[in-house]
Design a protein around this ligand. Structure first.
Ligand SMILES: Nc1ncnc2c1ncn2[C@@H]1O[C@H](COP(=O)(O)OP(=O)(O)OP(=O)(O)O)[C@@H](O)[C@H]1O
Ligand SMILES: [Mg+2]
Length: 242
């Protein structure tokens, strides 16, 4: 029997107008996994997430969420089926408080009592946000906004959490803090697909990884094997001097 995947992309091609950006992408993610997609600038990482979310329509191939085809669905429908995202630029609501931002994450849920319990549970993990619960989003630091965006996404109770470069724009200390949080959220059972340029950091917490080069997946392996792979060092890590 085939293993059951939360999310799978099979032979996916994606274009912006006439320009092809993704070539024959195959990615499979099982329940509870933390999988990363690595690659340099313009390699197609964000486009992969946009294609999963339906904001960029695949021209060829199949995307499934828990076995059901979702390619071609409108983004709203894909989100309502359990795909949450922390986008590249975070996009929290600047004029809402931290608490209101969190509540927005759960706006599709009808189980209000459970939402309250989930907010309390999430604030235990994201304790820094608890201290700022009535502060406006726009007054948070970059690292705090990244935390809020992730906490808000988790409040939709997603089948899978997509993250676009959680380390972007954060100081090394905040990157450590952010990755520690991602690891804890993963340990509590959330399935995560994370896009990152910071390969060493991402692989240090991931189960598996894929490496994208100009729209093509050139490597795919366990995080441990990728960290020790010569090809990886040459193709990616070496190039960045990490
Ligand atoms: N809306 C768009 N219209 C046309 N081309 C686009 C559009 N968005 C992205 N591209 C192009 O698609 C390619 C892949 O972009 P993408 O944003 O997926 O890369 P990325 O790996 O996320 O890069 P970065 O690390 O800089 O975020 C790039 O060449 C980019 O210029
Ligand atoms: Mg990007």
């Amino acid at each position: 029997m085939q293993p059951s995947y939360i999310l799978s992309l099979e032979n996916v091609d994606a274009y912006y107008g006439p320009i092809q950006v993704l070539y024959d992408i195959n990615i499979r993610i099982q329940k509870g996994e933390l999988v990363c997609l690595l690659g340099g600038n313009a390699s197609g990482k964000s486009t992969t997430l946009k294609t999963i979310l339906g904001t960029c329509k695949p021209k060829k191939g199949t995307i499934r969420l828990k076995g059901e085809r979702i390619d071609g669905f409108p983004t709203k429908r894909i989100i309502s089926k359990g795909v949450a995202v922390v986008p590249e630029n975070r996009r929290i609501f600047p004029r809402l408080t931290v608490l209101e931002n969190l509540e927005m994450g759960a706006y599709l849920r009808k189980d209000t009592a459970q939402v309250k319990r989930d907010i309390d549970r999430i604030l235990e993990l994201f304790s820094l946000l608890g201290d700022r619960i009535h502060q406006f989003g726009m007054t948070l630091s970059g690292g705090e906004q990244q935390m809020l965006a992730m906490a808000r996404a988790l409040l939709s109770n997603p089948e899978i959490l997509l993250m676009d470069e959680p380390s972007m724009g954060l100081s090394p200390r905040l990157v450590d803090q952010q990755f520690e949080l991602i690891q804890q959220v993963h340990k509590q059972g959330t399935t995560i697909f994370m896009v990152e340029q910071n390969a060493n950091m991402a692989l240090s917490i991931a189960d598996r990884g894929y490496v994208l080069q100009t729209g093509v997946i050139v490597l795919s392996d366990t995080a441990e094997n990728l960290l020790n792979s010569e090809m990886m060092q040459e193709a990616y890590l070496g190039e960045r001097g990490m």
